[in-house]
Design a protein around this ligand. Structure first.
Ligand code: AMP
Ligand code: ZN
Ligand code: FE
Ligand code: FE
Length: 281
């Protein structure tokens, strides 16, 4: 059982639990510190922070997860302790979410051409007003009976090399880091094993202001964690991580409390966040 989980999704993006349900789950499990990190949205944070008041031992860190656009590479940047109410920041997130709608439409029409149609209305219903993502399309495909598990949709259709994949305008990874710094947040590289050419990409992100990297993530093995921890230590990056829980209920899904960084990580993040807040105040 771990006490910290800094990577969680809710219904405000592609997670299946509302912020309230998620906070109840982690609160009841006895976690001490969690971060809510929806894709391109901070709209679940007020609900999550409110719910956390019922669990005095629990702290909820405000967060976000931004996708970036290096072709053929899935680089995501997490941001913690950001001044998320900033109007310019919110406008940019709204633009990203609009881009997600356009891109999901494109994938849905490609699926129709490929003979595996799903209803656009159903995809929107599954997204329920939050950031539309590929998992919503995958779920619609499961419901239509084309596949049994959402991940099968990624292999053949909506993964980066899938037949129905579509891109959307996104930031470069360094811009994502700067965007989070722009609202006094702490940028952290997500799931680095999914990043191709990690070592050649890190210097630029560090120069842009990256402060941490996920190390204790999902189902990474102990030796993988060790290798990432060594890179983080070498570069002075705070070793972060979490379950990346979406509550999909799929076999082998990693749950909150199963993986995460030590409390010391939170202390280091807290110290940096306080420094940032003082500087910009
Ligand atoms: P999107 O934000 O629309 O680009 O979708 C990315 C999300 O899809 C990730 O955050 C995961 O939740 C999910 N995802 C990505 N790759 C896979 C995969 N191979 N199998 C299942 N889910 C995936
Ligand atoms: Zn997701
Ligand atoms: Fe991610
Ligand atoms: Fe995630």
């Amino acid at each position: 059982m771990t006490q910290v989980d800094l990577h969680l999704h809710t219904t405000f993006s592609d997670g299946r639990l509302t912020p309230l349900q998620l906070v109840e789950l982690v609160g009841q499990r006895g976690l001490r510190v969690v971060a809510i990190t929806d894709h391109d949205s901070t709209e679940g944070l007020p609900q999550a922070l409110e719910a956390a008041r019922r669990f005095p031992h629990l702290t909820v860190i405000p967060g976000v997860e931004l996708s970036t656009d290096i072709p053929g590479n899935e680089i995501h940047v997490l941001g913690y302790f950001l001044r998320y109410s900033d109007p310019g920041f919110q406008r940019t997130l709204q633009e990203f979410r609009n881009g997600r709608v356009e891109r999901a439409r494109e994938m849905v029409s490609k699926l129709a051409e490929l003979g595996v149609p799903v209803e656009w209305e159903r995809v929107l219903e599954l997204a329920d007003g939050g950031s539309v993502g590929r998992p919503h399309i995958a779920q619609a495909m499961v419901e239509r009976g084309y596949i049994r598990l959402p991940q099968e949709a990624f292999v053949k259709y909506i993964g980066r090399n899938g037949l129905a994949y579509a891109e959307r305008p996104k930031l470069t990874p360094a811009d994502a880091v700067r965007m989070i710094r722009g609202v006094d947040g702490l940028p952290v590289l997500a799931h680095p094993r999914e990043v191709e050419n990690l070592e050649s990409i890190l210097p630029e992100l560090e120069a842009a202001g990256l402060v941490g990297m996920e190390v204790h993530y999902g189902n990474y093995t102990p030796s993988q964690v060790e290798a990432l921890a060594a890179i983080a230590a070498r570069d002075g990056l705070i070793p972060c991580g979490g379950s990346d829980y979406h509550a999909l209920g799929t076999p082998g899904e990693v749950e909150p409390g199963h993986v995460g960084p030590p409390l010391e990580t939170v202390e280091r993040l807290n110290a940096l966040a306080r420094q940032r807040a003082n500087i910009s105040a």
